[in-house]
Design a protein around this ligand. Structure first.
Ligand SMILES: [Fe+2]
Ligand SMILES: [Fe+2]
Length: 296
C-alpha cells in the first residue's frame, strides 16, 4: 500500500513513475501469492518485446491488487485479479511492434490486428496448463464492455467475469495516465473524469465509483483549484459524483484570500459549467492555508 501511495503521488505531482520500485513491489506481492507459477519469467518475455506493455501490465496488476484489497475481496480472488492484471495484455507479445508503437492513429486493418491480443493472450495462458481458468478468462474478456459492443465476443455485464470488469477499469486508468508515443499522459483529474463518463457504457458503474473512492482524490480538507482560477477547500463529498464535491472557496483567481463562499459543484447551476471543474489538487504547505480554521 505504501508503494501504491507513492505511485499515486508521482502521478499527482507529474513525476516519472519509478519502474524499479514497481518491479520490487510486484516481486514482493507475487512472492507471496504465486508460489508455483514463475510469473515474472513469463512476463519478462514481454519486456523484451514491448517495454510499455510490460510496464503497463505491472501497473495494472499492482493497482488491481490494491483496489481489490480495499474492496475487501478474499485472498484467492485477489490472487486471480493480480495475475489477470499481470497477464491481461500478454497477447501483445505476438502483435507486430510497428503496430504497438505506431505514433499515429491505427488504420482499420491495424486495429483489427491489435484487437486479436485478448484471444492470443488467452491461448498463450491456456497452452501453459499452470494458469487458472479465471485468469485466462479475465485476459480474454478485458476489452469487453459493460453495456456490450466490446471485443472479442461482444459480451454484456452479466456475461463478463467480475475480475475482467475490475481489470478493465484499472487498464483504462493506467493507459490514460501513461505517456505513449502517440499521446502524452493526461493528469489524474481528467483521467478520472473520463472514467466517470464511461460509467455504465464501457465500465461497470458501481466499480468505477468505488475506484474513484479508492483513489481518494478529493477527501474532505483537500485544497483544490477550479478552472476559473479560484482555490477552495473540500468540505463535503457528493456521493453521486465524487469528482464534484461541495467546496468552500477561499481564494480568488489572483490567489488573494476572499470571503469564504460555499459552492456545491454538483448543483444544477455549476454541474455543466467548465469554470467550476476541479483541475488540480494543491498541497496545504504550498499555499499556507490553515485548513482546519475553514472547516470548523
Ligand atoms: Fe488490452
Ligand atoms: Fe491493457
Amino acid at each position: 500500500m505504501v508503494y501504491v501511495k507513492s505511485f499515486l503521488d508521482d502521478l499527482r505531482e507529474k513525476r516519472k513513475i519509478n519502474l524499479e520500485r514497481s518491479e520490487e513491489y510486484v516481486n514482493e506481492v507475487f512472492g507471496n501469492i504465486c508460489n508455483n507459477i514463475d510469473s515474472l519469467t513469463f512476463i519478462s518475455k514481454l519486456k523484451t518485446h514491448d517495454k510499455y506493455t510490460y510496464t503497463h501490465n505491472l501497473n495494472v496488476s499492482i493497482f488491481s491488487i490494491a483496489f481489490a484489497t480495499c474492496l475487501g475481496l478474499g485472498a484467492e480472488n485477489i490472487k486471480i485479479i493480480g495475475l489477470s492484471g499481470l497477464f491481461h495484455d500478454i497477447g501483445k507479445m505476438l502483435i507486430d511492434q510497428d503496430i504497438l508503437n505506431k505514433p499515429g492513429k491505427l488504420t482499420l486493418p491495424e486495429f483489427e490486428e491489435m484487437k486479436k491480443h485478448p484471444v492470443i493472450g488467452y491461448s498463450l495462458l491456456k497452452a501453459d496448463h499452470r494458469h487458472q481458468t479465471d485468469v485466462c478468462k479475465a485476459t480474454l474478456q478485458h476489452h469487453e464492455k459493460f453495456s456490450g459492443g466490446g471485443y472479442p465476443d461482444d459480451l454484456k455485464f452479466s456475461e463478463i467475469s467480475n475480475q475482467a470488469m475490475l481489470i478493465s477499469i484499472v487498464d483504462v486508468f493506467d493507459a490514460l495516465t501513461s505517456d505513449r508515443i502517440y499521446k502524452p499522459r493526461i493528469d489524474l483529474h481528467r483521467a478520472l473524469g473520463i472514467l466517470f463518463n464511461l460509467k455504465g457504457t464501457a465500465l461497470n458503474p458501481v466499480l468505477v465509483d468505488k475506484f474513484i473512492k479508492f483513489l481518494g482524490v478529493y477527501p474532505v480538507g483537500s485544497i483544490v483549484e477550479l478552472a476559473n482560477g479560484k482555490r477552495a477547500i473540500v468540505v463535503e463529498q457528493n456521493n453521486l459524483n465524487l469528482l464534484r464535491p461541495k467546496v468552500r472557496i477561499i481564494m480568488d483567481k489572483n490567489n488573494k484570500y476572499c470571503s469564504a463562499e460555499d459552492v456545491d459543484l454538483l448543483d444544477e447551476n455549476h454541474v455543466d459549467d467548465k469554470d467550476f471543474e476541479i483541475i488540480e489538487t494543491i498541497r496545504a504547505e504550498d499555499c499556507r492555508v490553515n485548513v482546519m480554521s475553514y472547516l470548523y
